[in-house]
Design a protein around this ligand. Structure first.
Ligand SMILES: [Zn+2]
Length: 270
């Protein structure tokens, strides 16, 4: 059964709808397929909703909307009032933290100079003939760059990569270079400008740290190779041609697992 029918209208309202995720590939879903095909496929088929504590997501969007415009921020607060504000009218703790993060960035001269351009720009285009979508936090075509805002635990935290047997940064651990590569390509296809990608990171620490992060050409190329290498297979899975592989570690796989084997104690760790 083919999942995709016709191009879905892509706008601010539909961007996060699963119906547009069925038609368009996106860095978010591509990474979901890389980590567990079974979970990503079930989510697309509406057979599974990831059990995510929505607070970090709302906090992230609270921060994003602030830097989008005061109108967008107010609309966001009105929409999520009960999550954000207590009955007595004070901000709940995660949003007080978000305010500290906002202050950290908005009081910074270099950030203020850099974070100029169109905000929350939806882009679309093709990578290897497949339709992709993206949403750019800040796009400055005139000066030739775009920015993605990231909130993270600790800018210098080391993440262990078991495949490479090496430590890596949060940027690599979350494969943000793939997102940046895709956005760069989609912007180029839509506007004809090859933009430089930057990540502006701010931490969720009590005293937030901040950084402007560049992505090297090698990293962008690495992302290109990764997409080229697995996109065809992922398309077959998305279209129901190939059975999705289970990772057996994620919440979806755990929740649908059936005991049918006995494991030796020495085979428990990889
Ligand atoms: Zn899984």
């Amino acid at each position: 059964m083919k999942l995709r029918h016709k191009a879905k209208t892509l706008n601010k309202k539909t961007y996060y709808n699963i119906s547009t995720d069925r038609y368009y590939q996106s860095p978010t879903f591509f990474k979901k397929f890389l980590s567990c095909e079974a979970e990503a496929f079930a989510e697309l088929q509406l057979n599974y909703k990831p059990d995510s504590d929505s607070t970090p997501l709302i906090v992230g969007n609270y921060l994003h909307s602030y830097f989008e415009s005061s109108k967008a921020h107010q609309a966001f607060i009105d929409q999520h009032k009960s999550d954000i504000v207590t009955r007595s009218g004070t901000l709940r703790a995660p949003y007080q933290q978000a305010e500290t993060m906002i202050d950290t960035l908005s009081s910074d001269k270099m950030f203020k100079k850099l974070y100029k351009g169109r905000k929350e720009v939806i882009v679309r285009g093709k990578i290897n003939d497949i339709d992709w979508k993206g949403k750019i936090d800040c796009l400055n075509l005139e000066r030739g760059y775009f920015i993605d805002l990231k909130t993270t635990r600790d800018i210098n935290k080391k993440y262990w990569n078991n495949d490479e047997h090496s430590w890596e940064s949060f940027v690599a651990a979350y494969n943000y270079q793939l997102q940046m590569y895709v956005y760069q390509q989609l912007i180029y296809q839509q506007y004809g400008v090859m933009c430089v990608p930057y990540i502006v990171a701010v931490t969720k620490e009590k005293v937030p740290a901040k950084a402007i992060i560049s992505i090297s050409d090698e990293r962008l190329q690495e992302a290109e190779y990764q997409i080229d290498g697995v996109q065809e297979h992922i398309e077959d899975v998305r279209n129901g041609i190939v059975k999705p592989t289970r990772c057996e570690h994620c919440d979806y796989c755990k929740s649908t697992a059936i005991l049918n084997d006995i494991v030796d104690m020495d085979d428990l760790i990889e």
